[in-house]
Design a binder for this molecule. Structure first.
Ligand SMILES: [Zn+2]
Length: 216
């Protein structure tokens, strides 16, 4: 199975390892993503973003991110929006998809995507948006929703959202959890009223579509 977003080095499946700004992790992995997590934005950003720029130019860099806006970051929303826009410009420069981390800042994320006329694939990682947000995001097009085990929490807003997201927009991720993916697959299969095999097959097709520059 292909995994769009993963933090676990040596994870057995084909995956996009989020290396942040850790240069030494690029050598042995087939695919990685690079970016600065919104909670790690501080006065070293400019310096660290130089590393992201270098990593983005490497052939096995599959995506930019995770990057985005998180209201629990010590950086202000305005600061995070500005740094998020820098990540979007970098993704545009190399024609790579972006993997977005968003906590309670969807309107700011949408506003940044619109301001940069971002038309490459957008992956909302560990998605937890409500119905209204999901409808708004779906209207953008070229948007994908990736689900981690956070979706399994009984009060997770995104469980309702799953009902309106087409299977062709759904991805599955480990994020930083090593729990088996089975329960996430079962939940999606039930919500979409399809078999589990179909969920896995679709995830793999969507992965190839998003990470289209790579032969797997
Ligand atoms: Zn993550």
């Amino acid at each position: 199975m292909y995994i769009i977003h993963n933090h676990i080095v040596d994870y057995p499946d084909t995956n996009v390892l989020d290396i942040g700004t850790d240069e030494k992790e690029t050598d042995d992995v087939p695919l990685f993503s690079t970016g600065i997590h919104p909670k790690l934005i501080d006065n070293t950003f400019t310096q660290k973003f130089q590393i992201v720029k270098h990593l983005a130019s490497l052939p096995n860099c599959a995506a930019i991110g995770e990057c985005g806006i998180d209201v629990f970051s010590s950086a202000t929303v305005a600061e995070q929006k500005e740094t998020f826009i820098q990540h979007l410009h970098l993704a545009q420069q190399y024609s790579k998809p972006v993997i977005i981390h968003c906590v309670r800042a969807y309107s700011e994320i949408i506003s940044a995507l619109n301001a940069t006329r971002f038309s490459l694939p957008v992956v909302m990682h560990s998605y937890n948006g409500n119905l209204q947000t999901t409808e708004q995001l779906l209207r953008r097009g070229n948007i994908y929703f990736s689900f981690s085990d956070k979706i399994l929490a009984p009060n997770c807003a995104a469980q309702k959202s799953l009902e309106i997201i087409p299977l062709s927009r759904i991805l599955i991720e480990t994020d930083n959890s090593s729990s088996p993916l089975g329960p996430i697959i079962t939940l999606i299969a039930n919500k979409k009223r399809v078999g589990e095999e179909e969920v896995i097959m679709s995830n793999n097709q969507v992965f190839e579509q998003v990470i289209m520059n790579y032969e797997l």
